[in-house]
Design a protein around this ligand. Structure first.
Ligand code: G3P
Ligand code: MG
Length: 245
């Protein structure tokens, strides 16, 4: 089996404000194989990259993403909360991101943030954007909301999808297979040898989040998880190199 891949979680989010262009650029320079992004919809139904449903934590604005038009949300400062050095950062639209990302030899994990707000129709909008940028073959679409996974599978059964979970669930692998997903993305505390074995026996990829401690990285590499999501891609790449020496 090949090495455990590294996805920069919200970009290199330990070095720059999460889900912004500087975080994505650093992720690309880190040697990580992939980037994970979180996608929600504005009031005028533009997919934008932001983790929370509310802009309060990561911008100078207040209120829900869905209460802003794209033009309005682009005016927010998405960097100063992290450091004044990043005060010129704005929220990135999915289209802006894909225009930049598609020229790079990297993998994408696009997380649909549909577990709190449904954002009806987001799956089709995101699918069309990925298709128009010819990104479908190196993207895995994930969600905590299994209905989003079902919808993507209905739109195109060949797309790689992942059911995301942080909860222990009886027969998780069976559930994922029934859902028709190609992978499972699980919180670290759910990881054990048996889960890795069950996933691989059932031809499911297993990716684990969010792995920032060296000891946890090493465990994921040794257990042969297919990928980890980390806020610290530079460190993860280094630890992986060390362990493989
Ligand atoms: O996709 C892995 C991870 O990003 C899921 O949780 O809350 O960080 O988006 P969260
Ligand atoms: Mg995420």
């Amino acid at each position: 089996m090949s090495k455990t891949l590294i996805y920069a979680h919200r970009g290199a989010s330990n070095l720059a404000p999460e889900n912004t262009m500087p975080a994505f650029q650093l992720a690309c320079e880190s040697g990580a194989e992939g980037i994970e992004i979180d996608v929600q919809l504005t009031k005028d139904r533009v997919p934008v990259i932001i983790h929370d449903e509310n802009v309060r934590r990561t911008t100078n604005g207040t209120g829900l993403v869905q209460e802003y038009t794209c033009e309005q949300i682009k005016k927010l400062d998405a960097g100063s909360w992290y450091s004044t050095k990043f005060s010129d950062c704005s929220i990135v639209t999915l289209d802006e991101f894909l225009c930049w990302f598609k020229t790079l030899p990297m993998l994408l994990n696009l997380e649909l943030k549909t577990n709190v707000i449904e954002y009806k129709g987001i799956e089709r909008l995101v699918y069309d954007a990925l298709q128009s940028h010819q990104m479908l073959d190196r993207t895995v679409i994930s969600s905590f909301n299994f209905n989003s996974i079902k919808t993507i599978n209905e739109i195109d059964p060949h797309v790689q999808t992942a059911f995301l979970t942080s909860k222990k669930r009886h027969n998780l692998v069976k559930f994922a297979k029934k859902l028709g997903t190609t992978s499972l993305h699980v919180r670290y505390r759910l990881l054990d040898k048996k889960l890795v074995k069950d996933c691989h026996k059932n031809k499911l990829s297993l990716r684990v989040y969010t792995i920032n401690r060296p000891a946890d990285m090493n465990r994921c590499f040794k257990l042969k998880c297919d990928a980890i999501f980390t806020d610290c891609p530079y460190e993860a790449v280094e630890y992986r190199t060390q362990i493989q020496k």
